[in-house]
Design a protein around this ligand. Structure first.
Ligand code: PLP
Length: 411
């Protein structure tokens, strides 16, 4: 008899997005003429940069000739892309990395989900609340979290509430945890940490021999000066942090798939007898065993992001989304809503008015102005009473949605 991994039965499922779809479909059936605007999606809508397309076309042609055809590439990624990452994303910030510290992958989702495999099952984990669900679910699957309780928490996870009360800055836990997932700029709150705040986490990790798993998938959206783009801007972070980045939002690769993870050689975790062991070696082993590399064509496309034209083009797209963010933020503030995020991230996190729950506000928006967003409670218990809108829509839809907030929403 084959048994299942019963940890999967503890998962809280994809309730959030299926429930959104269910409610929207029901509304559409009852109101077939309503023009629904979706500002709930976390997916980009602008096409790939011309420089990326051109590089991918060229790479496709190379695949057609025997002399330039490529089969399996290095599992960790081609040097031409790794070196571009190091030279452009890290060196200008004073961060030196060697080629074997950067692992090219098919996504920050895979990497943030898979990274827990190289850690012991008895490690305790901490996540910010609300949170990108992959960190939690991948640990549930591995059996690190215990069961789901009525309060909406897994019993063995340490939740770090991020609400308006603490300005969305997670507090250092009073007890010891072994693995800490941080994501800044944050999805879903759109908020950031200063370097000083981030340093507290690095200090905590050093003191407690803990590891920080730092997701900076949205770093390219940072507009303000005092916001670190990489955790390695904090001195000593290389000893305690792994960083995840992605071309998904930076350069529109959500459907194209390319990302990277930095595992410095200094970062160690321990054997049960207390011997330090480099995580770089373990991640290399994990990737070379279970992953066979990102396609050459895609890596050439990603490398073109770093050309002068590529940089100009992706910046224009990011500016487009961040202008949307400004339009939403201002429009919502004008109607008297309390709004967070949207300054250094493409997410706008608003406080639901009049004590409405996240789902009550979802229904109200759908009914009164036919706008779809994401209920904050879907990202964790501390997301209750909040609501997420994204800046990834078209300008036209964004402006129209804001106009509807102004004219149609009954507050
Ligand atoms: N990390 C965060 C915080 C995200 O919001 C997302 C996507 O929404 C990802 C990672 C996934 O990125 P990728 O497309 O590289 O898998």
């Amino acid at each position: 008899m084959a048994f299942i991994n019963e940890n999967y039965l503890k998962l809280q499922g994809s309730y959030l997005f299926s429930e959104i779809a269910r409610r929207v479909n029901k509304f559409k059936e009852e109101n077939p003429d309503a023009k629904i605007i979706r500002l709930g999606i976390g997916d980009v809508t602008r096409p790939l940069a011309p420089a990326v397309i051109e590089a991918m076309h060229k790479a496709v042609d190379e695949m057609s000739k025997e002399e330039t055809f490529r089969g399996y590439g290095p599992e960790q990624g081609y040097s031409f892309l790794i070196n571009k990452v190091i030279e452009n994303d890290y060196l200008p910030r004073g961060i030196k990395l060697s080629e074997d510290e950067v692992f090219i992958s098919d996504g920050a989702k895979s990497d943030t989900g898979n990274i827990q495999e190289i850690f012991g099952l008895n490690n305790t984990i901490a996540v910010t609340d609300p949170v990108y669900p992959v960190y939690v679910d991948s640990n549930v699957m591995a059996g690190r979290t215990g069961v789901y309780t009525e309060s909406g928490h897994f019993e063995k996870i340490t939740y770090l509430p991020c609400t308006a009360d603490n300005n969305f800055i997670p507090e250092i836990p009073k007890h010891k945890v072994d693995m800490i997932y941080l994501c800044f700029p944050n999805n879903p709150t759109g908020m950031t940490l200063t370097k000083k705040e981030l340093k507290k986490w690095v200090d905590y990790a050093k003191e407690n021999k803990a590891i920080i798993l730092y997701d900076s998938a949205y770093e390219a959206f940072i507009q303000e000066d005092d916001v670190p783009h990489s955790i390695y801007e904090v001195e000593g972070a290389k000893e305690v942090a792994i960083e995840f980045r992605s071309f998904s939002k930076t350069a529109g690769f959500t459907g194209t798939r390319c990302a990277y993870t930095v595992v410095p050689k200094e970062v160690v975790a321990y054997t049960s007898s207390g011997e330090p062991h480099p995580l770089n070696k373990l991640w290399n082993r994990r990737q070379t065993t279970k992953f066979n590399g990102v396609p050459y064509i895609i890596q050439q496309g990603a490398a073109a992001v770093y050309t002068p034209e590529g940089q100009k083009q992706i910046k224009a797209t990011i500016d487009y989304y961040m202008t949307n963010a400004k339009i939403i933020k201002k429009g919502l503030e004008d109607v008297g809503l309390t709004v967070f995020g949207g300054v250094n991230a493409p997410y706008i996190w608003l406080k639901t008015p009049a004590g409405l729950s996240s789902w009550e506000f979802f229904d109200k928006l759908l009914k009164e102005i036919n706008v779809v967003g994401t209920p904050g409670s879907g990202f964790g218990p501390s997301g209750e009473g909040y609501f997420r809108l994204t800046a990834f829509g078209s300008r036209e839809n964004t402006e129209e949605a804001v106009e509807r907030f102004r004219k149609g929403l009954k507050l």
